[in-house]
Design a protein around this ligand. Structure first.
Ligand code: NAP
Length: 248
């Protein structure tokens, strides 16, 4: 084995992990899907683009003699997480999932409208307000277009949407970081906030602002976790797990 750790990334946690591994002198390659035009790059080696399914990922693990895989992708990136389980099993490489905790434990979460998917979120939102603030990412936007065609939507995305949005929508390009003050200013003029249960601290300012303003919140639940993967919530736990798996 080469001692290389593959971090499946695209999240702040993945960048934090790559920085910690690099600082510890552990060889690390971070993998990004290539969805964002100008991604925030992690420290260390980076590869960009899909692997070509389970077989492609398994080949990559073999070719690069990977010692361990850490799946630190977004909680809603279910396909790559499933592929990681299958490929790691096929090649016999240890796999750990790094996943930030969701927001369901927040004291205000009980007041939110929890739904299973984007379609249900769009329907719930249509009934809750006329001026929704959508923070669901660019890829998920299409499910909202029909139900919210006549609503005065503010949609915040990192890159411009690939779909045509209704004339009454405003698209705001931004990637944060977001402050409670900034989110409060945006939400003051809105009557419902829509988000995925992305979790963690980096994007929760909008929830603090919504709660303070009394703006209703619609939250899309996370997809079911991939079965059979050990999961931790912090970079330190990943480092301890790796200590138990020294490079061969
Ligand atoms: P997905 O639906 O789970 O994956 C679709 C395909 O994209 C995978 O089969 C894989 O292609 C490729 N892929 C995904 N993540 C990859 C990675 N880190 N490295 C290399 N290939 C990757 O993924 P998604 O939901 O579109 O998310 C794509 C990326 O954006 C992820 O890295 C994720 O962490 C990040 N992200 C997602 C969200 C979200 O809400 N979904 C939010 C923030 C960031 P192949 O089969 O060809 O390997």
């Amino acid at each position: 084995m080469s001692g290389l750790v593959l971090v499946l990334g695209g999240t702040g946690e993945a960048r934090d992990l790559a920085a910690a591994l690099d600082a510890a002198g552990t060889p690390v390659t971070s993998s990004l899907a290539g969805r964002v035009a100008r991604p925030r790059l992690p420290v260390g080696e980076v590869r960009v683009g899909g692997f070509g399914g389970v077989e492609g990922l398994a080949d990559w693990l073999r070719t690069h003699r990977v010692r361990a895989v850490v799946d630190a992708t977004h909680p809603f990136a279910a396909v790559i997480s499933g592929n990681a389980v299958a490929a790691a099993e096929q090649v016999g490489v240890p796999l750990l999932r790094l996943e930030r905790p969701g927001w369901s434990g927040r004291p205000d979460a009980g007041a939110w409208t929890w739904v299973d998917d984007s379609a249900a979120a769009a329907e719930a939102t249509a009934g809750l307000g006329r001026r929704p603030f959508l923070t669901v990412g660019r890829q998920g936007l299409d499910a909202y277009v029909g139900p919210l065609a006549a609503h005065a939507v503010l949609a915040r995305v990192v890159d411009p949407p690939e779909i045509e949005v209704p004339a009454g929508w405003e698209v705001r390009l931004d990637r944060g970081p977001y402050t409670v003050e900034g989110e409060t200013a945006l939400l003051a003029d809105r009557d419902v906030l829509v988000t995925k249960d992305s979790g963690g601290e980096k994007t929760q300012a909008k929830l603090d602002a919504a709660t303070a303003l009394g703006v209703p919140v619609v939250v899309v639940r996370r997809p079911a976790a991939v079965r059979g993967t050990a999961t931790v919530g912090t970079v330190d736990e990943v480092l301890r797990w790796l200590e138990g798996r020294p490079a061969g």
